[in-house]
Design a protein around this ligand. Structure first.
Ligand code: NDP
Ligand code: 2IT
Length: 444
């Protein structure tokens, strides 16, 4: 049995109740086969694959808080500090009722390779809670965030572990958590990113994941003699990533015709009205039915369905495993040329393979959505030097990072005879840097 297969068996056995984690590890290790085979003796002797698939530590804790009726509620908090070979642990905090240890581990594992691809010094981590922010008052959100940070503050720090936003965690939640950290520790430090602009946040961080996704997609299209201008784009999700991906795609001259949330989706033949979408989702925190009610050209449908709309480019920006094999078949049948992931692991392994085998240019989230965490690392740099850069400066750096990521993953795939396999290219390029650092630092 090959070293990769041995470790895959081990990971499946040790983490049997964590399907998303097994899925993420399977995808990465399978695509690393050529690199591992070329260095099998060295990697095996140093247990590189066993170490990179086992978190440094995984923290789970009780989060008690009081709701508006005076009732005590209890949620479960998580922080998985996966790998800090190239920098402090870095990754978001997900607040969603579906959160469990396996989901946080899959996200933390992916973050190792994504963060490496940014070329900036950040390791991999992720956290969150099964807390559901939907329908909660601002006071309830604050009570939860303060309790969550009261425990989390023991394990993080500007040079240790720097959390940020993810599903359900935006500027409001980061603000409450930052306030509590400061109160407990008595230090004003860049312990979180995605902060408000008046207390250490970076311009362009809000836009960064969606904008970065489009900068990478643009470079990919350009290198294939195509452009985004005039293309029809289908986007899923209606949160931070989806909104700013839609905005940038429109600025680049594309027509974005869909968005979705956990209850339904919109088809808007005239193109999504971003200002209205922001009003519904960022200000009112309402359902997409309100978008449809305010926009005559929009159709609202219950359930899922954006991938059945004919498009040139598809950008999944909601959550994991939202683009399935039947969706991949529909996209190919409709002539879709390009799929770039704004979300983390939105496409299942069989759907990914189907798209790749049918000539669709497919870039996975580790590369395509790295603009968010890259800009978080730029926020850390600004906090360290106690300066704030202009929007233009941050945005220019982000563009440069995304263009470089595209070329790095393209080159890595070519080096191993897999031209056009950007999934393998991203995993290989991300892995190489982390492994070099792990080997240099000895057994730890
Ligand atoms: P938000 O909470 O802002 O938005 C999430 C969107 O996805 C919402 O429209 C939400 O619908 C929908 N969604 C969430 N869970 C589900 C589900 N189980 N089924 C269907 N729809 C769902 O999160 P973000 O936009 O920040 O994150 C979206 C994705 O991008 C995630 O995979 C995240 O990990 C990834 N990502 C985020 C980055 C960031 O900087 N924010 C950086 C890189 C990746 P509803 O409103 O109904 O809940
Ligand atoms: O998945 C991700 O990369 C994020 N949620 C952003 C993490 C960060 O630290 O900015």
């Amino acid at each position: 049995m090959s070293y990769v297969d041995e470790v895959l068996e081990l990971v499946k056995k040790k983490n049997a109740s964590e399907p998303e984690f097994i899925q993420a590890v399977t995808e990465v290790l399978n695509s690393l086969r050529p690199v591992v085979e070329a260095n099998e003796e060295l990697y095996k002797k140093n247990a590189i694959l066993e170490r990179i698939t086992e978190p440094d530590r995984q923290l789970m804790f009780r989060v008690p808080w009081v709701d508006d009726k005076g009732q005590v509620q209890v949620n479960r908090g998580f922080r998985v500090q996966f790998n800090n070979a190239i920098g402090p642990y870095k990754g978001g905090l997900r607040l969603h009722p579906s959160v469990n240890l396996g989901i946080i581990k899959f996200l933390g594992f992916e973050q190792i390779f994504k963060n490496s691809l940014t070329s900036l010094p950040i390791g991999g981590g992720k956290g969150g809670s099964d807390f559901d922010p939907k329908g909660k008052s601002d006071r309830e959100i604050m009570a939860f965030c303060q309790s969550f940070m009261t425990e989390l503050s023991k394990y993080i720090g500007a040079d240790v572990d720097v959390p940020a936003g993810d599903i359900g965690t935006g500027a409001r939640e980061i603000g409450f958590m930052f306030g509590q950290y400061k109160r407990i520790k008595g230090t004003f430090e860049g312990v979180l990113t995605g902060k408000g602009l008046t207390y250490g946040g970076s311009l362009a961080r809000t836009e960064a994941t969606g904008y970065g996704l489009l900068y990478l997609t643009q470079e990919l299209m350009k290198c294939h003699g195509e452009s985004i201008e005039g293309k029809t784009v289908v986007v899923s999700g209606a949160g931070n990533v989806a909104i700013y991906a839609t905005q940038k795609a429109q600025q680049m001259g594309a027509k974005v015709v869909t968005c979705s949330d956990s209850t339904g989706w919109i088809y808007d033949a005239e193109g999504i009205d971003v200002a209205l979408l922001k009003e519904v989702k960022e200000v009112k925190r309402a359902r997409l039915t309100e978008y449809a009610a305010a926009r005559p050209s929009a159709e609202y449908h219950e359930g899922r369905g954006v991938w059945q709309i004919k498009c040139d480019i598809a950008l999944p920006c909601a959550t994991q495993n939202e683009l399935l094999i039947e969706d991949a078949k529909q996209l190919v049948a409709n002539g879709c040329k390009c799929v770039c992931e704004g979300a983390n692991m939105p496409t299942t392994i069989d759907a990914t393979e189907y798209l790749q085998q049918n000539g669709v240019w497919f870039v996975g989230g580790k590369a395509a959505n790295a603009g968010g965490v890259a800009t978080s690392a730029l926020e850390m740099s600004q906090n360290s030097e106690r300066l704030s850069w202009s929007f233009e400066e941050v945005d220019a750096k982000l563009q440069n990072i995304m263009v470089n990521i595209y070329h790095n993953i393209d080159d890595a795939a070519k080096r191993y005879g897999m031209e056009g396999n950007y999934v393998a290219g991203a995993n290989i390029a991300g892995f190489e840097k982390v492994v070099n650092a792990m080997l240099a630092q000895g057994v730890c």
